[in-house]
Design a protein around this ligand. Structure first.
Ligand code: AGP
Length: 578
């Protein structure tokens, strides 16, 4: 479990804990920090027992303390629980159980599950299945939890959070995990549980029932991912590896199954209105989709961030289509948007990296991003792969006018050349590492890249950064600019060039430090303090190139400020709570 938790640490790294069952006793060890740190102190990997549960935490309820770390146990410590999600009615249940004498040891919502199971065991004549069914029907909110009982039974349940069973090679070898990476080193045979599924792992193996206690059966799926893809290889960090892998991953994303691409495009073309949605980096892909679908496929599209989508569904109906973009396919805000669209009768299309995810299974048709597991919390290769798929869709609908399918060699060379700018960008990071604010400015198709670059700098280097539409500066943000400001100008040699140069001069006159990113060689030496000369590609493909120096800059700003780029504070790779 220590090995498995290390592979899943990108999902949350506030604290870690393990509980095992041995000879009718449950042993629990847990602490604050990353798996390796806690293991070096508490020796989790030396705990005895062949049955166990483990957890890495991204705190939602209660501070980051060892008391709030999972597993949580019942009063008699005969049940241990690990949980992902949010129990909305935990206070009501806690009050009720406290009145019945239960003593709570943490501030978390999750601990209520252990006590509710203990209560239901006591009123169900110690029938574990009955207790699981009653417990699941009392919980409100979203949950995936696994419980260990002192008779060495393991149970689990899911409702709006991912939970997967790995079928081991040995006869009675089973894994239960939030993510296939938790057991891929042992088996690629997986059972993806549906909502309202309960699993019971007792002496005679695995059984699955629903929340009414009825038996259900679920197919075993072969997981397509290579474990090697989730290793750092010779790179110092996953983030740098994943930035460099973009030479391959962008082209892997263009190998789309023809049948899926055809049905995806047919549904899109038949739509009365189209909405594109996503969160964080995937929302920036949605903004770019709006640009290229309307410009090259004449499909008018509205881009809405997923956390806001539920508040603007008035005009959706059965002739509407929503395109949901998500690397993990498990982001709660995105799943909520899709559910809201479904309630309005809209068709659901999605672009996902995890093809076995809840989003893929909720979609009428999905396209695979196919960039392999992305471990670095900051999305890098998944972003450019999402863009590649969007260009491919545009090409397919508008008969290759978008240009990604017909320019792959040019593009691959350009990506390689851009990655070779790394030493120049690393130097710039050293010189700007103490910046108080960094603004990224650009126009048109480049504006979403400004937003994405700013997001990378915020989450990797903890520096306040903002993407600003160049034309908007003079309407207010310019007041922020002074000699301490660092401003990055996306100034490619396209229809935005001239206007953006004028904006750059206005900013320069306020004393800011200017970093220029352009495929046009510098024609005014005094304008930029630093210049990153990216290779030229077709105008519409520039976003795929100009984001790379921004990813590299954010990475080196993190290193220059002694920050671990793979595990930014307070974040998690897949945000499965609202
Ligand atoms: C991006 O670097 C962040 N990790 C985050 O904003 C992320 O893009 C967002 O949480 C959406 O994740 P998804 O693509 O898996 O849905």
């Amino acid at each position: 479990m220590v090995e498995a938790l290390k592979r899943m640490e990108y999902r949350g790294y506030d604290s870690v804990g393990i509980a095992t069952s041995k000879a009718g006793k449950i042993l629990t060890r847990k602490g604050v920090g990353k798996v390796a740190e806690v293991n070096s102190v508490l020796h989790l990997d030396e705990m005895s027992g062949e049955i166990g549960i483990g957890h890495t935490r991204w705190a939602t309820h209660g501070a980051v303390t060892s008391g709030n770390a999972h597993p949580h146990t019942s009063c008699k410590s005969d049940i241990g629980v690990v949980h992902n999600g949010l129990i909305e009615n935990y206070q009501e249940l806690k009050d009720e159980l406290s009145k019945n004498g239960h003593a709570f040891k943490s501030e978390t919502d999750s601990e209520v599950i252990a006590h509710l199971l203990e209560h239901n065991m006591s009123i169900n004549n110690n029938d574990i299945k009955g207790a699981m069914v009653n417990t699941c029907n009392r919980l409100k909110g979203s949950f995936a939890f696994v419980a260990i009982f002192d008779n060495s039974t393991l149970c689990g349940a899911r409702f709006d959070e991912p939970l997967i069973v790995g079928i081991g090679k040995g006869k009675d070898e089973f894994f239960v995990s939030s993510d296939v990476l938790g057991f891929l080193m042992h088996t690629d045979q997986a059972v993806f549980l549906d909502n309202r599924d309960i699993i019971l792992l007792e002496g005679n193996g695995l059984s699955i029932v629903d929340f009414d206690g009825k038996d259900v059966s679920r197919p075993v799926t072969q997981v397509a991912w290579e474990l090697a893809d989730s290793d750092k290889g010779n790179y110092a960090y996953f983030t740098l590896k994943e930035i460099h892998k973009q030479v391959q991953t962008i082209f892997r994303s263009m190998q789309q199954k023809q049948k899926s691409m055809e049905s995806f495009c047919n549904i899109l073309k038949s739509a009365k209105d189209v909405y594109v949605t996503g969160s964080g980096t995937s929302y920036h892909s949605a903004l770019l989709a709006k640009h290229i679908l309307s410009k090259y496929s004449r499909i008018r599209t509205e881009a809405i961030m997923s956390s806001e989508f539920q508040y603007s569904t008035e005009s959706l109906d059965e002739n509407s289509v929503i395109i949901a973009i998500s690397q993990s396919g498990e982001t709660a805000d995105v799943l909520k948007s899709v559910q809201a669209a479904r309630e309005k009768g809209a068709k659901v299309l999605s672009i996902v990296n995890v093809t076995t995810s809840s989003l893929a299974r909720l979609s009428d048709c999905f396209l695979e991003v196919n960039c392999g597991p992305e471990i670095g919390v900051a999305a890098t290769k998944s972003f450019t792969s999402q863009l590649a798929v969007l260009y491919f869709i545009t090409d397919s609908i508008s008969g290759n006018s978008g240009g990604i399918t017909t320019n792959s060699t040019e593009l691959s060379d350009a990506i390689q050349q851009t990655l070779e700018l790394e030493p120049i960008v690393a130097e710039i990071a050293k010189e700007t590492k103490s910046a108080r604010d960094i603004y990224i400015v650009g126009r048109s198709i480049h504006f979403p890249i400004c937003l994405e670059g700013a997001l990378k700098i915020k989450e990797l280097a903890y520096i306040h950064a903002e993407g600003i539409a160049a034309g908007e500066l003079k309407h207010g943000p310019l007041a922020l600019i002074d000699k301490n400001s660092v401003v990055i100008i996306l100034n490619p040699n396209d229809s935005t060039y001239t206007d953006t140069v004028s904006n750059a001069h206005v900013i320069k006159s306020r004393g800011a430090i200017l970093i220029g990113i352009s495929d046009k060689s510098k024609d005014d030496d005094k304008l930029y303090d630093h210049f990153i000369n990216i290779p030229s590609v077709r105008e519409q493909l520039l976003p795929l190139i100009e984001i790379i120096p921004l990813q590299i800059l954010a990475y080196y700003l993190a290193l220059s400020n002694n920050i671990d780029p793979d595990y930014p504070r307070n974040l998690a790779k897949s945000v499965t709570v609202n």
